[in-house]
Every structure is written in structure tokens, then in C-alpha cells.
Design a protein around this ligand. Structure first.
Ligand SMILES: Cc1cc2nc3c(=O)[nH]c(=O)nc-3n(C[C@H](O)[C@H](O)[C@H](O)COP(=O)(O)O)c2cc1C
Length: 181
């Protein structure tokens, strides 16, 4: 793959950051377990890739401590946070400082791979690490999903325009007229 070099006719990174901040996403905590220790970080750079095979991707900064642990463990779990789990999001974003045990917040269990699974999460994707792709400061980790849990009645926590947010209006995307639910 050809990497575009910085400055080659591209917008300034600050302009990109200002615009991508308007992109609202669900808030996830990516976890792994390696040699008996648990690791995890808050991430919004998460996307579905394919349903068959069931595969998703996460973009993880190489400078964090969880990055190398995911690589070493060969597995990770994507926990899609519920609306009332904003405190978990902040803790796993490092807001409690480096010495804090992040897993002291929330209740953590296991599913298939042994990666930590957050009880009460809106959805959980337990993955084996598949392909990885380096992209400048980040690695893209592809996850092959070996177990899932979902709670359709639970609203998912959102993040966009530099704030945590809640779902407000819900409407059906099918049909000609918007149907507010
Ligand atoms: C709302 C929000 C979204 C974030 N999304 C990502 C992300 O997609 N990828 C990433 O590497 N870091 C992301 N971060 C930053 C990490 O959560 C943060 O740097 C964390 O402390 C890294 O932990 P680690 O050192 O254990 O890897 C996000 C932070 C916040 C608050």
C-alpha cells in the first residue's frame, strides 16, 4: 500500500482534527489480557468490516501501553459502552492517571478468549487478532469475532464534538417519511 506523505497536498492535521471531531461515534473500551494482566483503553475509532466472516477493526495508538499487549496477546475485546458507563469511558481514557487500576471501575467478566468483558455493556465483541496494518501513529487491528453479546434495549454512549452524548431522537431509516419512534 502507498502511504501518503505528510504535506503532500493534504490539509493541516489540526484542520483534519477539527473536522473529524464532528464525527459522532459510539464509545468503546478495547481490552486484552496478557500473562495474567488486564489492559484496556477507550476508543471511538472502531468499525465493522464484514459480517461473513464476522470481522471488525479498531485503530490503536502505538504510543499507548495497550497497543503492544494486544499484539502480544493476539486477542482483544470491543466493549460498546452503555449510556450510564461514561465513568468507565473516562477511566479507560487515562483520566484517573497512570497508577489507577482501570478495572476497578465497572464489573468485568470473561467470554471466549479471556479478554475482559464489561458487564452491562451495550454490545461485546470478543475477537482473535487477525491482520494488522500500520498507519503512521496508529495500528489498525482487525478482529475475527469469536463471541458476541448484545442488549438491544440498552442505549449506547456516544462521543462527538468533544463531548459524551446520549441518543435522543430515534427514527426509522426505512420508508419515505421519517417515522419518529
Ligand atoms: C472519547 C475518546 C476516544 C478515544 N479514541 C481512541 C481511539 O480510537 N484510539 C486510541 O488509540 N486512543 C483513543 N483515545 C485515547 C485513549 O483512550 C487514551 O490515550 C488511553 O489512555 C490509552 O491507554 P493505554 O496507554 O493503556 O493504551 C480516546 C480517548 C477518548 C476520551
Amino acid at each position: 500500500m502507498t502511504e501518503v506523505q505528510p504535506g503532500a497536498g493534504l490539509v493541516a492535521p489540526a484542520d483534519y482534527v477539527g473536522a473529524i471531531a464532528q464525527h459522532v461515534s459510539s464509545v468503546c473500551v478495547i481490552t486484552t489480557e496478557h500473562e495474567g494482566q488486564r489492559y484496556g483503553l477507550t476508543a471511538t475509532a472502531v468499525s465493522s468490516v464484514t459480517a461473513d466472516p464476522p470481522r471488525l477493526l479498531v485503530c490503536v495508538n502505538k504510543s499507548g501501553q495497550t497497543h503492544e499487549k494486544i499484539l502480544a496477546a493476539g486477542k482483544f475485546c470491543v466493549n460498546v459502552l452503555a449510556e450510564d458507563q461514561d465513568r468507565v469511558a473516562m477511566v479507560f481514557a487515562g483520566m484517573g492517571g497512570k497508577a489507577l487500576d482501570r478495572f476497578a471501575t465497572g464489573e468485568w467478566v470473561r467470554l471466549a478468549t479471556g479478554s475482559p468483558v464489561l458487564a452491562g455493556a451495550s454490545a461485546v465483541f470478543d475477537c482473535r487478532l487477525g491482520a494488522t496494518m500500520e498507519q503512521s501513529s496508529h495500528s489498525v487491528f482487525f478482529g475475527d469475532v469469536v463471541a458476541v453479546q448484545s442488549r438491544p434495549a440498552t442505549d449506547t454512549l456516544l462521543y462527538g464534538a468533544r463531548r459524551f452524548r446520549q441518543l435522543r431522537k430515534v427514527f426509522s431509516a426505512t420508508g419515505e417519511a421519517a417515522e419518529w419512534l
